[in-house]
Design a protein around this ligand. Structure first.
Ligand code: SAH
Length: 215
């Protein structure tokens, strides 16, 4: 049962998202519906509705709700779309995407996080998320092309393999820059053979690392 104080915190969070430009009804609705508490460890649950990133296992973070909402809004997901996410982490962003898209393919390099997210989606009885333990910089070739690609870790430059796996008229969102500083969130649209790239704003993400971890 959700407590009254939690409902209040959730309402405040939604108002904060609206104040920061989140105005698409479907995005606000899923941000309101999805319970962020289930994606963090017990001791952090009271902070789940604060608009902050929180630590998860393997030294990673669950993204800040405003950043999740912003990236989701920019992706402009339609019901029939196939989305690739790189960096499953807690599975919070994945679950949000699964409420808007037809299928979500998500890749995580840490085995521990991959297993946790896989089990959580099973428990939540989600049937349109496919998880993979791999180096997401390689994308998910067998399932390409994707209408949308979202990368939730920062890269020094736009990974070519991911651009290759983006559909014509597809859109990708990724933080680009130095891992020790703020990065620029970029929106990349593929039109035939040309890419158009727009800067959205400054963000701070954990780095996109090469290879996979077997723990
Ligand atoms: N969207 C997630 C964000 C997690 S942080 C959430 O809200 O919980 C970023 C995640 O990207 C981490 O779990 C990290 O392990 C993962 N990651 C970093 N480099 C990766 C790579 N090359 N392939 C797949 N996952 C990667």
């Amino acid at each position: 049962m959700i407590k009254k104080s939690e409902i209040k915190k959730k309402i405040n969070l939604i108002l904060e998202l609206q104040n920061h430009g989140i105005d698409k009804a479907d995005v606000l609705k899923v941000m309101e519906e999805v319970d962020r508490q289930i994606f963090v460890e017990e001791s952090l649950r009271k902070k789940a509705y604060d608009n902050i990133a929180l630590p998860i296992d393997c030294g990673q973070t669950i993204s800040q709700p405003l950043v999740v909402a912003l990236m989701t809004q920019f992706l402009d997901i339609k019901k029939n779309m196939r989305v690739l996410e790189i960096g499953t982490g807690s599975g919070y962003q994945t679950f949000i995407l699964s409420k808007l898209a037809r299928f979500v393919y998500t890749v995580e390099r840490h085995k521990f996080l991959y297993i946790n997210a896989y089990n959580l989606f099973k428990k939540l009885m989600v049937t349109n998320i496919f998880c993979k333990h791999d180096d997401g910089g390689l994308g998910w070739k067998d399932q390409a092309p994707f209408d949308r690609i979202i990368v939730t870790a920062s890269a020094p430059e736009i990974p070519g393999k991911l651009v290759e796996q983006l559909s014509i008229n597809g859109k990708m969102i990724i933080p680009i820059g130095d891992q020790h500083n703020d990065q620029i969130l970029k929106s990349i649209s593929k039109n035939n053979e040309t890419l158009s790239i727009t800067d959205i704003g400054s963000v701070r993400f954990v780095p996109l690392l090469e290879g996979k971890e077997n723990k």
